[in-house]
Design a binder for this molecule. Structure first.
Ligand code: AMP
Ligand code: ZN
Length: 289
């Protein structure tokens, strides 16, 4: 990448003290002179940091990090290593080309490579509830080209049978995708939140969303699991995820107005929603997040 100092080092436009190189990675001495043996390992392809780096490249980088670490401890008189990485400016990243710092260590070398933190501000449990992950279910922002799944979800009679009170299936033709995408994904204005639920093995399995309803001045949730994947507790996991994400986005109270005959009512009750009111058509559920 033009203007990237590490890319320039990789192509030889800038000098470096190269420690190791293979087809995908390169390692060179850090010029900081802050500690003996400070090495940087970088992928040859430009990625900003671990957040945009693909997992194959990341694996290559870590293979090189291990190779060098073993070399340092087996052949160079060191006992161990610290590995440091800053991904994003918020984390202190100063060069925007992914790199792992290796700091070789000797017993009793007096180096303190652990950051001095200020002490936690919140309880562990509170943060844990925000960040705990579901190993095989993730939520992803769909690309425009992925909207075929939403189309198939909304047009599937069995999936949408719970929605009969609102008319059952919903047409989502390709001509409508761009407009919908701009409104829900690109210009969400923090009033609209939309994600696909993705199972690591089968791919997209449903959607979770919420939006601020101007008329009733409430955040309304939405969760749909494709019929063929129901009965495996995915609705429960999806709803928990949605509540956590909504809370992390600063929302205090989440509502859902589900059709009165929707069998998913028990799912909401199980997840701490309470019935605020009902009409002959809908039940309005409410949860303080
Ligand atoms: P970070 O703050 O994690 O982004 O670290 C960037 C590191 O790159 C710092 O430790 C710098 O000393 C190092 N650095 C910057 N320019 C060069 C260069 N031309 N050659 C080697 N290391 C560099
Ligand atoms: Zn670069």
């Amino acid at each position: 990448m033009k203007d990237c100092i590490f890319c320039k080092i990789i192509i030889g436009q800038l000098p470096s003290m190269k420690v190791y190189e293979d087809a995908d990675t390169i390692a060179f001495m850090d010029i900081a002179k802050d500690v003996d043996g400070h090495i940087l390992v970088v992928p040859k392809r430009h990625y900003k940091n671990i957040l945009d780096c693909d997992s194959v490249t990341l694996g290559n980088v870590m293979d090189t990090v291990k190779r060098i670490s073993n070399h340092l401890t087996e052949n160079c008189g060191y006992d161990g290593v610290n590995l440091l990485n800053a991904s994003d400016e918020s984390a202190g990243q100063s060069v925007p080309h992914f790199h792992i710092h290796i700091i070789p260590r000797k017993r009793n070398d007096g180096i303190d490579a652990w950051p001095v933190f200020n002490g936690a501000e919140s309880g562990i449990e509170e943060i844990y509830n925000k960040i705990v992950m579901d190993a095989d279910i993730s939520c992803v922002i769909p690309g425009l080209k992925d909207l075929w799944f939403r189309q198939s979800l909304l047009s599937d009679k069995q999936t949408m049978s719970y929605n009969n009170a609102y008319g059952g299936t919903i047409a989502f033709p390709e001509e409508a995708w761009q407009g919908w995408y701009d409104r829900w994904i690109v210009n969400h204005e923090n009033k609209r939140f939309y994600r696909y639920l993705k199972d690591n093995k089968v791919g997209f399995i449903g959607e979770i969303a919420y939006h601020f309803d101007d008329e009733i001045q409430k955040y309304i949730a939405n969760i749909i699991i494709k019929a063929e994947y129901r009965g495996r507790g995915l609705g429960d996991r999806g709803l928990k995820l949605l509540c956590r994400l909504a809370k992390a986005n600063g929302i205090d109270i989440l509502y859902d107005d589900i059709a009165a005959d929707n069998p998913a009512a028990s799912l909401f009750l199980k997840n701490g929603f309470v019935e605020e009111y009902r009409t002959d058509k809908i039940i309005m559920f409410k949860k303080k997040l």
